[in-house]
Design a protein around this ligand. Structure first.
Ligand code: SF4
Length: 471
């Protein structure tokens, strides 16, 4: 395993030399294309005007519940901390209204859900009665007859005790089948550094509850947290495996934030006495974690998600990134990613409610994608997810073969062993899967790259090469 880790580090340096990874070795996570910061402000306009749903009429559906007990040290999402029960009730009133307005604009009574995700924040930071009410109005507006998975993100404490079990029963009753549990670590010392409000014993008890109640379970762990040694992290991965969960998700701590609230990560860097690992150390730990998981029978299904069986992963993530179903999100800060356009709601809670009370969608920014953006998004989002890109689906989405648009760049990544293809699909190789974000950036428009040209070596894989705007 150590030998493999050494090889991974050598490969990492070679990819920097070739210009594929920027010279600092830092990474920026890709969540969408164009990146969130590039979406123009939009207020009062009707983003749904002229929208024609896809032929299959199915949607990936998201609901955002922004409440958390406290802001974790590493989290840069604009969560709502310490909301009162009345404030949560008022938020639900607004969401209910939002769903009504949105469906009216889409010209539908109910959305045909392909997959559903409840995220946040922490969706289970509602009381059981609030959850019941929310799930009642939410699911009444969905047609779930063709749904393949209903998932919910949650934290361990909200699953425990009488109330916790009640929440789990309510979720089960509404059709939720998969839980993504933010365990983050099995070390009490590291959980404390992370600013989590639960401990290791809570994690173990919550896993027990999830299993007892028959949920598929995804366990989220942060890799190589400041102050944690590689040996400690690998022991945590082994402990996760010994608990026989369905999926284990390994996050690398993001130093360059990709959401709207960089302060938390900056505060973390300023205030934590523990030094960050070097990039070499992070690559070595990631490599050893992957090999440890493989030795326990876990295989990478989506980027950073290791599953015991090939069918266990977030269907919402696959539908959104790989198959690019139109995605409709409800709630403060939620997004709609439709096949030709995008919009996102405000993360100002007062504004969110004010707009809805006035009968308007609380949209903060939006965009109808250009042809160039469509070409790039249709290719790079599945590759970011470590999912195969169907050549036929690409042609259907863009009207053009991917080889016509990106042939030269695809050939380069094939030549260096990062992509492979057959008659039907293009996908990352085993080596390429390790660098899903960088592969995605390779197809970004030069104006949207996370690092300037001079921060990449002038090698054959410099992503700025052969990268013109397409009209
Ligand atoms: S990591 Fe999760 S629980 Fe912590 S603040 Fe962020 S959304 Fe809330």
């Amino acid at each position: 395993m150590l030998e493999e880790a050494r090889k991974s580090v050598a490969e990492f340096h070679e990819l920097i030399r070739l210009g594929f990874i920027n010279k600092t070795g830092e990474f920026v996570s890709v969540h969408m294309y164009p990146p969130m910061m590039q979406h123009p402000p939009m207020k009062g306009g009707d983003i749904f005007k002229g929208y024609i749903p896809r032929k299959n009429g199915q949607f990936a559906v998201y609901a955002h519940i922004p409440f958390c007990i406290q802001q974790c040290a590493f989290c840069y999402y604009p969560n709502v901390i310490g909301a009162s029960e009345n404030e949560k009730d008022a938020y639900l009133d607004c969401m209910d209204r939002e769903m009504g307005i949105c469906l009216q604009k889409l010209g539908m009574d109910r959305l045909k859900a392909r997959s559903i995700l409840l995220g946040g924040g922490t969706p289970t930071h509602m009381s059981p009665a609030q959850m019941k009410r929310f799930l009642g109005f939410f699911t009444s507006r969905l047609d779930m007859s063709a749904m393949t998975q209903f998932g919910c993100d949650l934290d361990p404490l909200t699953m425990l005790g009488y109330e916790g079990r009640e929440r789990m029963r309510i979720l089960r009753g509404a059709g939720v089948s998969r839980l993504a549990l933010g365990a983050q670590s099995f070390s009490d010392a590291i959980l404390k550094k992370m600013g989590r409000h639960h401990n290791n014993a809570d994690n173990i008890r919550a896993i027990g509850v999830a299993k007892e109640m028959g949920f598929k379970l995804n366990l989220e762990l942060i890799c190589d947290y400041p102050g944690e040694t590689p040996e400690q992290f690998l022991a945590i991965v082994k402990q996760a495996m010994s608990l026989d969960v369905d999926e284990i998700m390994i996050y690398r701590l993001k130093i360059i934030p990709c959401a709207i609230n960089p302060c938390a990560i900056n505060k973390l860097l300023d205030s934590r006495p523990d030094p960050l690992s070097s990039n070499d150390e992070q690559i070595a730990v990631k490599s050893m974690a992957r090999d440890t998981l493989r030795s326990g029978g876990y295989r990478e299904t989506l980027t950073r998600v290791f599953s015991k069986t090939a069918a266990d992963y977030s269907h919402y993530a696959k539908d959104y990134m790989g198959d690019q179903y139109d995605t409709v999100g409800f709630g403060y800060y939620a997004m709609c990613q439709l096949h030709d356009r995008f919009c996102q709601s405000t993360y100002d809670l007062k504004e969110y409610c004010r707009e809805l009370e006035a009968g308007r969608l609380p949209i903060m920014n939006g965009l109808i994608r250009s042809r160039d953006q469509q070409f790039r998004r249709s290719l790079l989002m599945p590759l970011k997810g470590n999912l195969a890109v169907s050549k036929e689906a690409y042609r259907e989405r863009t009207g053009t073969a991917m080889s016509e648009v990106f042939g030269k760049k695809i050939d380069l990544l094939k030549k260096y062993g990062l992509l492979e293809e057959d008659a039907e699909f293009l996908k990352a190789t085993e080596k390429g899967r390790f660098y899903a974000d960088e592969i995605a950036h390779f197809f970004f428009h030069p104006d949207l790259m996370p690092f300037p040209r001079e921060q990449y070596a002038d090698g054959p894989l410099n992503p700025y090469n052969d990268n013109e705007t397409m009209n």
